[in-house]
Structure formats: C-alpha cells, structure tokens
Ligand binder design. Sequence first.
Ligand code: ADP
Length: 263
Amino acid sequence: WHLSRALPFADDGVVVKWFGTNTDIDEQKQLARQKDDFLGIASHELKTPVTSVKAYAQVLGAMLSQEGEEKKAAMVMKMDAQLNRLTNLIGDLLDVTKINSGKIRFNKEWFDVNAAVQDVVQDLQHTTSRHILVMDFADAGELNSDKDRIGQVLTNLITNAIKYSPHANRVIVGTRREQDNVIVSVEDFGIGIPKDKLDRVFEQFYRVGGSKQHTFPGLGLGLYISNEIIRREGGKMWVNSEEGKGSVFCFSLPVTDKKVADT
Ligand code: ADP
C-alpha cells in the first residue's frame, strides 16, 4: 500500500516516476544557485553607487578642510569611515559568490611573510586605540601565494580579535615556520567561543550569537571567506578558544618549491 502511494505505476505496472532524494538534491542545488546569483547581482549593483558616494565624500571632506570648516570635515570623515564598512561588507558578499561559483582567482607571487604581516598589523593599529597589536615574529621565510588575499585573511582575523575582545588591550600576532609550513597566529584575550560552537564558526553566515554577542556587528562571512582562501591556497585554518578567556586563530600555508625559475 505504502509503495503504491509513493510510486506512480503505469497500467502495466512499470514505475513511471521516481520521487526522492535526487529530486530534492537538485532542487536544493538550484535554490542555492539562485541565492548565490542574487547575492552576486545585488552586491555588484550596490558597489557602484557606494564607490561613487565615497569619492564625493572624500572630495567634500578635503574642500571643507581647506575652507577651515573642521567640524563639518570631521563629520564627512565619519561618513567616509561608515562607507568603508559598507564597502567591506559588499566586498565580502562578492567574495562569497566568487568562492561558491568557483570563480575566485589567486595571483601568486613570492613575498617575505614577516614584512607582509607587519604591513597589515601597522595598518590595523591605526583602527584601534584600546589594543596594542604585539608582533611576535620568528623567522618565517618566504611564501609563494596571493599576498593580497593572505593580507585579507589576516585582516579578518585581527579585526575579529579586536572586535571580540572589547575589555582587553592586547592582541598578539605571531609567525613561525614548522618544517615546510608557515604558521600565522592571532591571539586575543576576549570573550572566547563555547566549545560546542567551535566547529561551526567557519560556516557561511554562522554567528555564535547569544546575549554576550548580540552587540557585535557582522554578517558571519569573514571566517568562511578566510578559511576558503587558505584551503584553496593549500593550507589549513583552525581555532583554539576558551569561553571568557580568549581565542587563538591560526593558519598554515605550505612553502612550495623555491624560486627555481628566478635563479
Ligand atoms: P562576523 O564577525 O561578521 O560575525 P566571522 O565569520 O568573522 O563573522 O565570525 C563568525 C563568528 O565567530 C562571529 O560571529 C563570532 O561569534 C565568532 N568569532 C569569530 N572570531 C572570534 C573571536 N576572535 N573571538 C570570539 N568569537 C569570535
């Protein structure tokens, strides 16, 4: 009885249509693709006007400053800072669509790890007055990878470390080499992550949430994008954390063959 209800039979008893997992998976895939297409188009369309408004805000800020209108110039600078946030959010949405459609591209080049990490740390030090970003560098050598993308990953980790440790005053950024891998770590002394949520923080749109977290803004995309970048560059990302004490996010990248072509 059950079977005859689930499977439509032709008069000769042959099953004419099969319902079940295949159909469901196809539908799910199509929905996921539609969501990604929408995200791609929406974020692309948002990018153009935001870029334009940002350019006007910068010109306006400079004009006001020249005219000695410092108060007004400061307000425009605040607008500009918020526009940067918006630009970053749109950039994250675009990156997610690039990752999910397999269209993310990497431009590999040889670079000195400690110099690159130092550049990012010094840039981000300007964004926080509470935290000191401590550099704990060992000899990490050179990597053949996409320097901008690796910088983006590090920026995500340090920005999170600052954001999720509002009462701490230190973030430690470390580099080291272990056999054929470069390891970069970002340690904070902030709110930490509950043990049962640790596995999930690299998922798309996942945020730990809860009463302690609802005040922190974000889309839950930074770690997903970071993990995917590192994975696609042949590396690994992981986290150790204790709730109420802090977190250490690390990534390792393999040092591939030396610059044979250059020598
Ligand atoms: P977002 O910060 O925009 O929410 P992320 O993908 O960067 O997104 O992080 C996902 C979630 O992981 C965050 O919402 C937060 O709950 C948790 N998280 C990430 N980094 C930290 C950290 N350094 N300390 C505590 N929680 C963190």
